[in-house]
Design a protein around this ligand. Sequence first.
Ligand SMILES: *Cc1c(COP(=O)(O)O)cnc(C)c1O
Length: 649
Amino acid sequence: MTQAQANLDINTPENAPEEWSAQQSSKLYGVRDWGADYFDISAEGNAVVSLQFGEKTVHVPLIDIVNGMKERGLDMPAVLRIENLLDLRITQLNEAFARAIETAGYKNHYRGVFPIKVNQQCHVIEEIADYGRRYHHGLEAGSKAELIIAISQLRDHDSLIICNGYKDEEFIDLGLYARQMGIPCFFVLETATELFTILERSKALGIDPLIGVRIRLASTVEGHWNGDSGDRSIFGLSTNALLEVVEQLKKADMLHCLQLLHSHLGSQIPNIRNIRSGVMEACRFYTGLIEEGAPMGYMDLGGGLAVDYEGAHSNSTHSMNYGLDEYCYNIIEALQECLDPLDIAHPVLITESGRALIAYSSMLLFNVLEVRDHKPGAIPDQAPEDSHDMLFNLYAVLGNVTVQNLQECYNDAIYYRDELRELFHHGQATLRERALAENVSLAILEKISELLPQARRVSAELESLPELLSDIYYGNFSLFQSLPDIWAIDQIFPIMPIHRLNEKPTRSAVIADMTCDCDGKIDSFSYEDGICKTLPLHPLKEGEEYYLSVFLVGAYQETLGDLHNLFGDTNVVSVHISEDGSFNFVREFHGDSIADVLSYVEYDPKVMQEQFRKLAEQAVRDGKISVPMRQQMLRAFSDSMNGYTFFER
Ligand SMILES: *Cc1c(COP(=O)(O)O)cnc(C)c1O
C-alpha cells in the first residue's frame, strides 16, 4: 500500500479494507466443526494441521508443506497425506473401544479390520499394518487381489483377515493356506452356494476353515448407503438361507467352523439410533445361531462409522449426530443388553471402519488458474444518443433501483435485455448495442443483489441471484480423477483456502476443474450457515498463487477416480510431523505422465514419438521447417510426453 492510500484509509474509515481475523475465517469455514481438532487456522491466517505431543500442541501450516513440495519438484495438484493423522485415528478408534469395554465391564476385546477397498494404495496399507500392529488391527478383503494384499502385508498373527465378497476356488485356497500358517482368516458367506466350494476345498486341502455368515438385517439406515441393509439388500443371507447354511454345516459335521456373525448396515450412517438398532438385531441372529449349536465367538458389525464432512453434528447425509466414544459405548451397551439376560459369553467385537479411519489423513491441494467473474464491464453514464429504445429503458431501470422495488427492477431488466437479444437475433441491433445491454442489465442485477440483504421478502428468483452472479474459480485438478464422489453422489467435502485467512474473502464462487465437462464443477459447500451453492473466496493477487485444499478425501476417492480427459493420477506426498513441528517428506510419488495415461488406453508412446518424427522429417523434406526447428519440435513433443497431465506453470 502506498503512503497516500494509507493516509486516505485513515481519514475515511469507510474505505478501509475491512478488518478480518483468522478467527472469523475459522468460524466462516467451520474448521473446528469438521476438523475434529486436527485442523485449525493460525493467527497468521494459514490453515494448519494441529497435533498433540504430550502437553504440547504443534501447528504446521499447509502452505509450508506446499512450498516444500514445490522445492522438490512436486507440482499442484497433489494429494497430501499426513501419516500422523492415520496413526492417530487408528489409536483413537482402538482406545475408544478399549475405554467403552473397560467402563462397561464387557468381557472380551475389540479387533478392528480396515477394509482395503477404502484405500488400497500400497503405502497406506503398509502404514495401517504398521501403526495398527500394537492393536492387532487387521484387514478386510473383498476380492482375491485384496486378499493377496492382506496376506502379504499383515505380520501379526493376532490380527484378523476378514474375507467378504464372492469367492472362487483360488480365493478360498489362498485363505485356507493363510489359516494353515496361523493367520486367523475368516470366510464370510454372502450366499449359501459359496459354502459348497469352501467345504470341498477344505476337505481337499485338509484345513478347517473359519466361517462367518453375513446376514441381511431388516433394520434400515438413513443416509446415502441405505441399500446395504433391509430386505432388498443385495448382500447377505436371508434368514432362510442362513438356516440352510446351518443345515449344510451340520450335515458335513463342520458346524464348529461357524464362529462369526457379520452385518454391515451401510457406509456413513449419520444416525446413532440406526446403529444401535442394527446391533440389537444382529445380536438376535447371534444368539439364534448359538441355540442352533454353532460355537460363534466373533461379532463383526461392519463399517458405517461416519465422518462429519459437513461439520453439522446432525443426522443429515454428510454428517453424524454422534461422536466416536458414543459410537463405541452404544455398541458395547447394546451387545450387553441383548446377550447378558441370556447368559451368552461376550464375543470378540470386530468393526470394519474404513472411512472414519482414513478420511482425515489426506487432502487434495490445488492452485487456482484463473477467475471468471460476472461483473459488468465499464458502461457510459448514459445510453449513447442514437441507441435503441431498449437501452434507454435499461438505463432508466438502473437509475431507479431501491430496496422497495427490487422485484420490479429485476423483471424489467430481464425483459428489456431479452428484447434487445431478440432484436440482435433479427439483425436490428448491433454487436455493440447488445454488449451494452448485457452490461447494463448485469449492473442492475448486481445492484439488486447488493440490496437483497435489506429486503423484507425475497422471491426464489431473487434468492438465486447471488449464485447467478458468483465467480467461477478454475482449479488445477480433475474432479473425476480426485473427487469422484462429488460427481457421482453429490458428496460434500470441506474446502477452504490454505492461506490469506486473515483477509476477508470478498468473492463468492463456484469451483470448476480442468476437464471440458459441465459436471466438472463444485457448487455445493458446507460452511457457517449450512449448505450453500457458492463458497466465499479471496480475489486473486497478481503474480501470486492462490491455494485451496479439499479436506477429508482419504476414503474411496483415489481408486474410484478415472481418467476423464486423460488427467492422470496426481502427485502424492506423505509427510510425517515431528514433535518440534518440523516435517519430513517420508514418501513422494510423481503422478502419471502423459505417456503413462496414453499407455493405459493402449497407445504406445514410442510409436507415437516415431509417428511425430516422420511427420517432422517430411516437413523438412517439403521445405516447411528447418532441421534445427525439427529438433526443437521433437524435444517439445518428448517433454510433453514425459510431463504432468495437469496445468504446469
Ligand atoms: C465398504 C465396506 C466397509 C467400509 O465402510 P465404511 O463406512 O467406510 O467404514 C466395511 N465393510 C464392508 C463389508 C463394506 O462393504
